[in-house]
Design a protein around this ligand. Structure first.
Ligand SMILES: Cc1cc2nc3c(=O)[nH]c(=O)nc-3n(C[C@H](O)[C@H](O)[C@H](O)COP(=O)(O)OP(=O)(O)OC[C@H]3O[C@@H](n4cnc5c(N)ncnc54)[C@H](O)[C@@H]3O)c2cc1C
Ligand SMILES: *[C@@H]1O[C@H](CO)[C@@H](O)[C@H](O)[C@H]1NC(C)=O
Ligand SMILES: *[C@@H]1O[C@H](CO)[C@@H](O)[C@H](O)[C@H]1NC(C)=O
Ligand SMILES: *[C@@H]1O[C@H](CO)[C@@H](O)[C@H](O)[C@H]1NC(C)=O
Ligand SMILES: *[C@@H]1O[C@H](CO)[C@@H](O)[C@H](O)[C@H]1NC(C)=O
Ligand SMILES: *[C@@H]1O[C@H](CO)[C@@H](O)[C@H](O)[C@H]1NC(C)=O
Length: 598
């Protein structure tokens, strides 16, 4: 979950409660004239390398036939393409087409948003791929059906969330990744030679088609997903209780917790020494309760309040006041806990968390996102990270670590925490270390093990050359997760370095994926430098070198210039994981020089 923060000062609470408006996010594709000469961004308004994505044009097909035409036209011209979604919530530069800047085409799926069909006998439903998660859950609920697992945020689309392997939390059955519940897909793929007059084909993949294992999680490189059939279940309820305990020894019980709590997840606040368990289980539909998950961090927030929280975060960073961060963020977490994280016992008013358990229909409990739906109010309120105001801006490192080594990983993080008790406060505004469970997958780009997926979200400066407080500790944890514990990145999150060595980690599964990709898009029209780099193709690299590159996770530092020596940040080894190379603030280089020479 990205924006897992709550932008409330104690004094801001009253303001929040009075406002029920909101400003839906701005379009991510902006054009100079009509649908041509456009720029494409993501929901945060910034890619990891902060580059601008320019494209020649955007198409808005509203039927599969129009989609076929769009792909065919571009293929005939050998133009690079990408599907772009309504809000484009992935952090990496996935939605930007390859080829020369300004020459590509983006195909928006925003008007491909219908429910296509339902089979009540099998509880299966088919949707167009541009449907948002919220609309999908509503359409299914209207037939008495529920999607068993989903991400926690309603703003993504079906095609987009599948393409990056998105998930909720569960170690039960096939686990929490939505792609495990895909039983059919239709894609429009390029065709180098005309078929029935089109340079594009419709591929219809059934449940047992091996190519479905590539198409389910594809980073958008096979073509455009037109429709998806999902295996749903009859509606059921969930019962949620958040439980706060000390973090002493908690790492020893993560596995047993995961395998006994159907929808459980864990927020670990390392500097506060607290763990919040979401004891979240399936209950029969007959259980009483009209609960709704209206997670506070995903409500429309008063932009003045969020902007002042951000200003405080920036001031504390600028003045090196880490204790101040710890105090402020602890208060935020206290408010979050006291208000039931935004759970409502009865859908209705705003402050109607009256106590645990909160019980409600799966479709009302599995995700949140009311900041997307509210009426336009000229940015009086908005999603907390909306780039149109000076709100939240962060890095997000999301890496999954196998259950078999999760306790060792947490123990290593605790060593760093114990050596620097305040270092990890910067994550605590954003749910700390937020852990969810995902199972190994037959999908080629799915998880290779049963894993704990950890979201670590932390301050990102608006200035790419500015280092952060305790940046060394977070970099060491990132590298430890990736290399010591061989963690896999979430495809839709992370900084560039998160994708180093990912091809080795996937091994033979990657080769299978690439061969399906070459079958459907032989000329790589849906590939870009970024997807090539991630998939280890055509010699492209995920890292970007240059002064200060390590500050933004564009590289792992190897020289001081990769950090910010003028601001006192030098490239040094990790403390617990010595192979790490991190940007560390050093008071006196001379003294330190004796301790380490590169
Ligand atoms: C606030 C927030 C909360 C989040 N919470 C979670 C969470 O709980 N769990 C989780 O796992 N992730 C979470 N994420 C990450 C999110 O699920 C992924 O980034 C997801 O991919 C976003 O979907 P999207 O529809 O915005 O797709 P985009 O980001 O727009 O697209 C992702 C990729 O898919 C491709 N694509 C999209 N549609 C199609 C299509 N029809 N055919 C072919 N290719 C397509 C695009 O070209 C692009 O390459 C969260 C993100 C945010 C911002
Ligand atoms: C696109 O817009 C930019 C900015 O207005 C302009 O400089 C450029 O000439 C335009 N390109 C085309 C092909 O129209
Ligand atoms: C579907 O898309 C159309 C056209 O973009 C839009 O008017 C409509 O509101 C969307 N429906 C839903 C449920 O999002
Ligand atoms: C929950 O789902 C059931 C079964 O589909 C439905 O009858 C009921 O109206 C739903 N409850 C709420 C509060 O939406
Ligand atoms: C997942 O792991 C289990 C053992 O934990 C194994 O039996 C199963 O075959 C694996 N599934 C996949 C898809 O790799
Ligand atoms: C890359 O991954 C492979 C396979 O998991 C592993 O053997 C190798 O050590 C990794 N390299 C680095 C630098 O971590």
């Amino acid at each position: 979950m990205a924006a897992t923060h709550i932008a409330l000062f104690a004094s801001g609470l009253a303001v929040l409660l009075l406002l029920v408006q909101g400003s839906p996010p701005a379009p991510v594709v902006q054009c100079r004239s009509g649908n041509t000469n456009c720029t494409v961004t993501n929901g945060y308004g910034a890619f990891p390398d902060r580059s601008t994505c320019r494209v020649a044009a955007v198409a808005y097909p509203s039927t599969e036939q129009e989609l076929l035409l769009a792909v065919s036209d571009a293929t005939e011209k050998q133009q690079h393409m990408k599907a772009v979604t309504m809000y484009s919530h992935s952090i990496p530069k996935l939605s930007c087409p390859g080829g020369s800047s300004g020459q590509g085409l983006v195909i928006s799926t925003q008007s491909l948003n219908r429910s296509v069909s339902v089979d009540m006998a099998t509880s299966r439903m088919t949707f167009e791929a541009g449907i948002t998660l919220r609309a999908l859950l509503d359409a299914a609920a209207a037939r008495g059906l529920a999607l068993p697992h989903s991400p926690y945020w309603q703003g993504m689309t079906l095609g987009g969330l599948l393409s990056t392997g998105s998930h909720g939390s569960s170690a039960f059955g096939k686990g929490s990744a939505v792609h495990e519940y895909v039983v059919g897909m239709r894609l429009v793929v390029p065709s180098p030679v005309p078929v029935n007059g089109y340079y594009a084909n419709i591929v219809n993949l059934g449940e047992d088609d091996p190519d479905l294992l590539a198409a389910k999680v594809s980073l958008g490189v096979l073509g455009v997903i037109s429709q998806v059939t999902l295996q749903l279940e009859p509606m059921f309820k969930r019962s949620i209780t958040n439980r706060v305990v000390s973090d002493v020894g908690f790492e020893q019980t993560i596995s047993s917790y995961a395998f006994t709590t159907y929808y459980g997840d864990i927020s670990w606040y390392p500097s506060q020494g607290r763990v919040v368990y979401r004891d979240d289980v399936k209950v029969p539909i007959t259980t009483k309760g009209k609960g709704v998950n209206d997670y506070l961090g995903f409500r429309a927030q008063p932009t003045l309040v969020v902007a002042s929280l951000r200003a405080s975060e920036e001031l504390l960073e600028a003045t090196g006041n880490v204790e101040g961060k710890c105090v402020l963020f602890r208060l935020q977490v206290d408010i979050l806990i006291a208000t039931g994280m935004g759970l409502k016992n009865n859908d209705g008013g705003l402050l109607d968390f009256t106590g645990y358990p909160v019980i409600g229909n799966q479709s009302d409990m599995q995700s949140a996102g009311s900041c997307l739906r509210s009426a336009e109010d000229n940015l009086l309120t908005a999603c907390g990270w909306d780039p149109r105001f000076a709100g939240l801006f962060y890095h997000q490192t999301t890496i999954s670590i196998p259950f078999t080594t999760i306790a060792d990983f947490i123990a290593d993080v605790k060593k760093l925490r114990d050596a620097h008790p305040d270092a990890l406060c910067s994550t605590e505004l954003y749910l700390g270390f937020f852990m969810r469970f995902v199972r190994n997958s037959t999908a080629y780009l799915g998880k290779t093990d049963d894993v704990v997926d950890i979201d670590i979200t932390y301050y990102r400066s608006k200035d790419p050359k500015r280092p952060r407080l305790y940046e060394d500790v977070l970099e060491e944890i990132e590298q430890m997760a990736l290399f010591k514990y061989n963690g896999l990145p979430h495809w839709g999150k992370n900084r560039n370095v998160g994708f180093l060595n990912v091809t080795n980690k996937l091994g033979a599964k990657l080769d299978k994926f690439v061969s399906v990709m070459q079958k459907y898009d032989a000329n790589g029209l849906f590939s870009s430098d970024w997807t090539d780099a991630v998939l280890g193709l055509r010699g492209k690299e995920v890292v970007v070198q240059g002064d200060g590159c390590a500050l933004e996770g564009l590289c792992i530092c190897s020289t001081d210039d990769d950090c910010a020596p003028k601001q006192g940040y030098y490239c040094r080894p990790g403390e617990v994981y010595e192979q790490a190379r991190v940007c560390r603030k050093i008071k006196s280089v001379e003294a330190d020089g004796l301790a380490w020479s590169a």
